[in-house]
Design a protein around this ligand. Sequence first.
Ligand code: GLC
Length: 745
Amino acid sequence: MNEKTNMETAVSPPANTNVTQRVNALLAQMSLSEKVAQLAQIGGADWNQGPKPEEIIRERGAGSVLWLNDTKRFNEIQKVAIEESPSGIPILFALDVIHGYRTIFPVPLALASSWDPTVAEQAQAVAAKEARAAGIHWTFGPMIDIARDARWGRIVEGAGEDPYLGAAMAAAQVRGFQGDDLADPERVAACAKHFAGYGASDGGRDYDPVYLSESELRNVYFPPFQAAVNAGVDTFMSAYMDLNNVPATGNRWLLRDILREEWGFEGFLVSDAFAVGNLVIQGHARDRRDAALRSLKAGMNMDMASATYLEHLAGLVEDDSLSMAEIDEMVRPILALKVQMGLFENPYVDETLLEKTVALPEHRQAARQVAQRSMVLLRNEGGLLPLSKEQTNIAVIGPLADSMEATEGSWMVFGHEPAAVTVLQGVRAKLPKATVAYAPGPDINRDIPHPFGEFDMTKKKPIQAPEEAEVAFETAVKTAQSADLIIMVLGESADMAGEFASRGSLDLPGRQEELLKAISALGKPVVLVLLNGRPLSINWAAENVPAILEAWEPGSEGGNAVADILFGDVNPGGKLPVCFPRNGNHAPLYYARTITHLPESSEQYRSRYWDSPTTPLYPFGFGLSYTTFEFSNLTVSAEQVKVGEHVNISVDVTNSGPVAGDEVAQLYIHQKWGSDSRPMRELKGFKRLTLQPGATQTISFQLGPDELKYWSTNAGQWVQEAAKFDIWVGADSLATLHTAFEVIA
Ligand code: GLC
């Protein structure tokens, strides 16, 4: 037993005193060493080197423990913190709960494809309830990095390429995780990550340097983070990479000037894993002492797993490189969160709660509904879909058709055993009387195994020999031969997107396209279901496969949701939150670009490359339905408005087809001149609506300074300018229904 320090274990004042008073009272009792311990987040995984969490906590204490997913262990460690650590302050348990804890929801890129923030909020509320029941207080989500390079593996974790849609999804996920009262035992603290610009790494190569102008940062990459702050997010996480040659983890401009001074963020920052210590590797800090000093000065509250703060902060105060006040400033928001969450009053978790919580049927119902709303119909030539339920002889083919991992996708919580309903199981459940044959065809694998062992699927299955693959190929074709209809399930395995999962090509990995061609050559109807974490260059399929459904990584109920859509119980209404390049070499590719002096869309200059068109295979905002919609009657409330005033845009949306369905009305603006050239189109309003056949709904959008202002490179500040604006409203970023208005000084 560790001898007590010269004062009693820190016991916070009665709960009814306000948070600030309780935090100040705690600080007044704490030694420097105990304060430093609160700035340390220590690894709880088996693979963590060094002493066990209990040992560190017994000796020093800790602010938080991460990479542990064990309810019993949480209570054991918490007991040590409260009864044996010098300060007696409870621990925050943190884990990456990105799209579900036990009930897995579609990946965030799929949530964004719903274009329905309530869906994202609902998913993260269920994730929070399950995670908190497990004993987790804090999730490292939402990941809200804008991503415009589909080669970047972590595009799967965010909301795609657009700041307006990304901001809506960021706020919705924060609300879902946190609710409106952190004392609520069914919520967790959220963490807006990775601040900032991580998605713009050179070549889409994960962790590579990022070079972004201030206007690109402020107009494109910051808005989701600002939305998270405005939604009350409790914590932020800094990004790994160098941003304009200054690592985000030691970047004072980002962490203090922007996040605290400009945006008024009052929560706390945690670094990414080992990132404080990594400042030495990045050639930024001279040594770990220097790394600790520069991170702290830059405004980094908590050091994730590198122990750099634990080793050096006390010494930096003792030699006057840091003041006690600077330490206190970093500790305050951490203590405040623990007080707000009621950890002093209720530090332990009821170990019977989790199994009751995850068994709630409404959780899987929610996962199924969210998956239905997040899928995007990319092609449906000749109305092949929806399929008749009278089908009697179907073949489900492909390496992902019965893969629980691929169906649940990347970023599973540690220790999670995939248990998804696969597409094969979903089809069989939908048509219990039909013959539903199955053949995987050749395996697909990363060429370079995932460096984080437990994410590496190849560990679960030996690499298939070429001759085995050939047998599997032939078997798949034969299986297809004896069916009337074929459902191909192709795409990427779970370890092909996510962290450390960038790739140079966007083609279907392995021999999948070859198999698709061979089976299409049989002359039978073929439906392609994609399970993937990024846009794919499915150029051949886009021309030759009559029906294509983008299902992303749809989670625990993914297979049922796919079957619901394929057999017409649900009419798909999702839209792409990111465009699909025709080739990985075209990335980064995104719609909100300036026009240039030779617009790519002009007849004469049809492409930026001479060896292929550079328009996207599928544009941002694109998605089909089993019905059709018309947009009409686009009007503006005034031809002219003054700077600072608002203008209302209204449009009629009609379901002109045979069945009920959802459409997402999207509003795009273009400022025709200004101190800076402005993107040819920018999303500034969207609304998903459900319409019965023949029904018309009038919807309206409002445009004002918030939508029309931008950070001008030329002016070096935010501006809203007098200029003419084009307006388009329609079903995707190529919308043609047009009007205009003018802003005057
Ligand atoms: C990882 C990721 C980050 C995650 C953290 C903790 O390296 O970059 O998103 O939250 O470490 O697991």
